[in-house]
Design a protein around this ligand. Sequence first.
Ligand SMILES: NC(=O)CC[C@H](N)C(=O)O
Length: 244
Amino acid sequence: MLAGRTLSRVSAPSTTGTVQPVPADDGSRRPRPVVGVLAMQGDVREHLAALEAGGAEAVLVRRVEELAAVDGIVLPGGESTTMDRLLTTFGLREPLREAIAAGLPAYGSCAGMILLADRLVEAAPGQRTLGGLDVVVRRNAFGRQVDSWEEDLPMSGVEDGPVRAVFIRAPWVEEAGEGVDVLARVGSGPAAGRIVAVRQGNLMATSFHPEITGDTRVHRAFVRLVAARGGDGSPAGAQATHAS
Ligand SMILES: NC(=O)CC[C@H](N)C(=O)O
C-alpha cells in the first residue's frame, strides 16, 4: 500500500524523462505511512495534526473500509465508555479488535490506553475494551485531588529531553505483563512511580496527552513504529485486510 501511494502521489518526471520519487519531507525516500485516528469521540483533531507533523498521512477512521486502509491507528483521549458504546454502534468493535490482535500498530492516549488494556480496574458497569496490551489499567486513577496533573517526564524511545505529560482524569498501568516495556513513570507527587507509558510489540499507550502539547515526538515515535512494520517485509496494511 505504501509504495502504491507514493507512486501515484509524489512521482515527478526528472529532466531525463524517467519517473523518480520525490523525497519525503524528512529527506528520506520512504513514503509516509497512513495512520488513522479512531473518530468516534475525543480529541481526534489534535491527534490528526500531531500525526501529520510527526511524518504520517493522517486519516479519520469511522468505518470498516477506512480501517482496512490504514497502516496504524491512534485511539484518542476522550471518554472510554462513550467510545466503547460507539464502537458497537458503528460496527467497528470486532474488526478493530481483530486488526489489533493481528498486529495492526496502535497507539492509545488516555481513554485510548483504556481501550487497549486487557484488564481494567474501576471499569464502568458493562464496559469492554478492545484489548491487546497485557496490562491492568486503572481508570481515573489519579483520583479527585489530582484530577489533572502535569509533569516533565523522561520517556524511553523519545530523544532530546523529557516530554510534557498532561494527565486529565487519567488512567495508569497498575500491573504490566512480562512482555510489556515500561516507557515512563510518574516522577513526583502522590502518584510517583506509577507506570504511565508502555509498549508491547506494535502497541503503545500513554496515560497522558502528547497531542495537546504541540510536542510531536511521541507521535513521531509511533509513526516510526508503523513505518518499521511496513518496511520489515511484512505487508503494510495486510494486517487490516481481514477487516474488510
Ligand atoms: N482524558 C481522558 O481520556 C480521560 C479518560 C476517561 N477518564 C475515561 O475513562 O475514558
